[in-house]
Design a protein around this ligand. Structure first.
Ligand code: NCD
Length: 355
């Protein structure tokens, strides 16, 4: 595999993903063969934001491969609390570790970290932006349970504005053929403009709707998400939107008998517990598939070795206006990186269009 870091699912070609998936399947079928695949390797686990599944899943993945894990799950216990920059934390941790797994509340933080790391960086969630390894869990589940991904109609339901798992999943599904996207959200929580630019550039078929019940009969996969309370700057906006979608048995009656229900978890109230025993509910299995996909990824990245990153020039001030972008807090050293999406100039950290 040619990638050094996993920041965005767009970094991977379809073929590279298929290699990871094939390895994940081999691991699932004979985990005892992989007990030493990362023997002697160390995962630096930097969780600047709460996590249960992703953190445990990466830890257990590394331990099952014979490697070890160090790090923190609470930034208050790290030097960030003393005012250390992300750059210095990464330079230090990458001197100790063989691979870095990082979750950070700032959009583009993983991209920023990758500029200064001697070892591969895996994005375990950067604010409301991206979460590519959750996408590996999602694709593994869809492939394993449905036999393939091409041609599916998928409903993405809930907080599509702040839900990073949705953004990553759309980026990944763009690599497959004939996907139909039903984007189901309140208008206030519709997908961000940068995702719309991406979908247009890639000529994806999509429709944006506010109601779940009308589209549920059309779907092969229903991907439910939580309203991301911690991302709301205005608590009233959260109050207006919480509890807006609740999938229950009655609504599921309208769905195809072979539809699958996914959720990255944790759920709040968007899937009623009476759905858990329906054979279409796949969200707990999905969490387990995620561990195998992460094992397959770690086998590659943790074994790449140390390499000095290219020197980074401290440029003129970053110009991104997104208040959640990493360039807002680490502006003293981050270069202003720009990329072009559908003819528009966008911030290469958080994807927001530069105006
Ligand atoms: C998701 C996340 O952190 O973005 N959880 C996860 O990684 N499994 C979804 C969420 O928190 O709603």
């Amino acid at each position: 595999m040619s990638i050094r870091h996993l920041i965005d699912f767009g970094d991977l070609s379809r073929q590279e993903w298929e290699e990871i998936y094939a390895r994940a399947e081999r691991i699932m079928d004979a985990p005892e063969k992989y007990l030493d695949a990362c023997r002697g390797k160390l995962e630096g686990s930097l969780f600047f934001e709460p996590s249960t599944r992703t953190n445990f899943s990466f830890q257990t993945a590394m331990l099952r491969l014979g490697g070890t894990v160090f790090g923190f799950a609470d930034p208050k216990s790290s030097s960030t609390a003393k005012g250390e920059t992300l750059k210095d934390t990464i330079k230090m941790v990458s001197a100790y570790a063989d691979v870095i797994v990082m979750r950070n509340p700032r959009e583009g933080a993983a991209k920023a970290a990758s500029l200064y790391s001697e070892v591969p960086v895996i994005n375990a969630g950067d604010g409301g932006h991206m979460h590519p390894t959750q996408t590996m869990a999602d694709l593994t589940t869809i492939t394993r349970l449905r036999g393939g991904v091409d041609g599916i109609s998928i409903g993405l339901c809930g907080d599509l504005k702040n839900g990073r798992t949705v953004h990553s999943l759309i980026k990944a599904l763009a690599k497959f053929d004939n996907i139909k996207f039903y984007l189901i959200s309140p208008r206030e929580l519709a997908i961000p403009d940068y995702m719309r630019l991406f979908m247009q550039e890639n000529h994806l078929w999509y429709t944006e709707v506010t109601g779940l019940e009308a589209v549920i009969p059309m779907l092969d996969v229903l991907y439910m998400t939580r309203i991301q309370r911690e991302r709301f700057l205005d608590p009233l906006e959260y109050e207006r939107n919480k509890g807006v979608y609740i999938l229950n048995r009655r609504k599921l009656d309208r769905a195809r008998p072979d539809m699958i229900v996914l959720h990255p978890l944790p759920r709040v109230d968007e899937i009623a517990v009476d759905v858990d025993d329906d054979p279409r509910a796949a969200y707990f299995e999905q969490a387990r598939f995620g561990m195998y996909a992460r094992m397959a990824l770690l086998m590659d990245l943790a074994n790449q070795g140390h390499r000095k990153p290219d020197p980074v020039e401290i440029g003129t001030k970053p110009v991104c206006s997104n208040p959640a972008c990493i360039t807002q807090t680490e502006s003293s050293y981050l270069p202003p990186l720009v990329k072009v999406v559908n003819g528009r100039q966008c911030c290469a950290y958080c994807d927001k269009e530069l105006r």
